[in-house]
Write a protein that binds this ligand. Structure first.
Ligand SMILES: *Cc1c(COP(=O)(O)O)cnc(C)c1O
Length: 421
């Protein structure tokens, strides 16, 4: 393992909590060369919604590679891209009454966010962007300015500008939208009228905070009244994670722009897109570009994932059932250990349990890893244990995960009591 310690930058992060070398993965499972197996409740931070090496997607990809299908395509037309656009339009956008243009950006989430922010500024001629407390939008400069977390912001080394911060739904019991509205209507509030508001409907890295439907609808209304663009960053919460393809569906709003990455490629392959209303498509050709906008392997698995999982309600019902199974298991734990757990957070399979402090959450996560689950924490103090399993997880696997988690909680509490006595 020393090759990693010796050679890899200190910026490396996840392996600090999971210091093993993985060599295989399938479905909800990760395997090491030593023959250890782990249930994956991290799932590529949401990039593996359809599981590791999903057999249906793998078959499509293998066939495509075997036929020497295009791998790299810049932003040229390719059959694979055409197939993806067709699937996205027919299976996802049309049935939801969404009329969006699709921009392919460089294949990471932060790239899509940069493109959305640039386009919003270009279209409106305004510079300021409103972002929310605990929001996470990526770590390139534009996206980082919209990100709340001080640890990430600290890496910038220069001022992060052009963003006005507002309290998210439920933040410190402050009504952020009342404040926003009042300030927009006051000529002397000192708030420059923003080009756009960017938000996550369920905050992934920020601790699984959920924006309620009334709050979202009010935000949408304020934006419309003041001619401010509404951008939903659905990079983590999208592609089914919260129980619908898009996180904003239950609220019945239609954002002006939507960013997608992480699981849009379907197979863990890099891909990112921005969706926006056709009238907003004021880009000049090549004005925002990127060499790897045409990852055709990702287009193949992205199209296949949509075709396989989103043509009917089956998959959504599956996500809902697994989410209920998880909630039903977490509720008694919360009731049994109110001294350690604070609340259940999130929505769908973007669910977690908040601890009173990050230290306990960390101890439980370590105990989970010892017993065979890879699970991470989120939130301002890393106090939320985040159950980010693949959405394809079976009922039995979820039961297994819950059992290991429950045992880990009980072991951690027992060892704390032993230490205290
Ligand atoms: C992960 C994430 C990003 C950044 O994506 P990268 O691929 O890491 O650049 C942006 N927004 C949200 C909500 C995310 O979860």
């Amino acid at each position: 393992m020393n090759i990693f310690k010796d050679q890899e930058s200190n910026v490396q992060c996840y392996a600090r909590n999971f210091p093993v070398v993985f060599n295989k993965a399938k479905g909800s499972w990760l395997y090491t060369a030593d023959g250890e197996e782990y249930l994956d409740f991290l799932a590529g931070a949401g990039a593996l919604n359809y599981g590791h090496n999903n057999s249906v997607l793998k078959k499509a990809l293998m066939d495509y590679i075997d036929a020497d299908g295009l791998t790299h395509g810049l932003d040229m037309y390719s059959e694979a891209k055409g197939e993806f656009l067709t699937q996205l339009n027919q299976t996802i956008l049309k049935p939801r009454g969404l009329d969006y243009k699709v921009q392919f950006t460089g294949p990471t989430g932060t790239n899509a966010v940069e493109a959305a922010l640039k386009l919003a500024r270009k279209v409106t001629g305004r510079h300021s962007i409103v972002a929310f407390t605990n929001g996470f939008h990526g770590v390139s400069y534009g996206a980082l300015a919209a990100t709340g977390n001080q640890h990430h912001r600290g890496g910038a080394g220069m001022p992060l500008q052009g963003v006005t911060r507002l309290p998210y739904d439920g933040y410190a019991d402050i009504d952020g939208l009342a404040l926003f509205e009042t300030m927009l209507n006051d000529n002397s509030s000192g708030m420059d009228k923003p080009a756009a508001v960017i938000l996550e409907v369920v905050q992934g890295e920020g601790g699984l905070n959920v924006a309620s439907t009334p709050w979202l609808q009010k935000l949408d209304k304020i934006c419309k009244q003041h001619d401010i663009l509404l951008i939903v960053d659905d990079i983590q919460a999208g592609c089914g994670r919260t129980g619908h393809f898009f996180s904003f569906e239950p609220a019945g709003i239609k954002p002006d722009m939507v960013t997608l990455s992480k699981s849009i490629g379907g197979y863990g392959l890099p891909m990112a897109i921005v969706l926006f209303r056709p009238e907003l498509d004021q880009w000049l050709p090549g004005e925002h570009n990127g060499t790897f906008r045409g990852n055709n392997h990702a287009f193949v698995t992205a199209a296949k994932a949509i075709e396989t999982y989103w043509r009917d309600a089956q998959f959504q019902l599956h996500i809902q059932a697994r989410a209920e199974q998880l909630t039903a298991a977490l509720e008694p734990l919360l009731a049994r250990y109110p001294g350690h757990f604070d609340q259940i957070k999130g929505r769908g399979l973007m669910q977690g349990i908040a601890c009173h402090d990050g230290k306990f959450a960390h101890q439980v996560a370590r105990a989970c890893f010892e017993s065979g689950i890879v699970i991470e924490t989120a939130g301002p103090d890393d106090e939320v244990l985040k159950f980010f399993c693949p959405l394809t997880i079976t009922e039995e696997e979820m039961d297994q995960g819950i059992q290991i988690f429950t045992d880990a909680v009980e072991r951690t509490i027992a060892s704390l009591l032993k230490k205290a006595s």
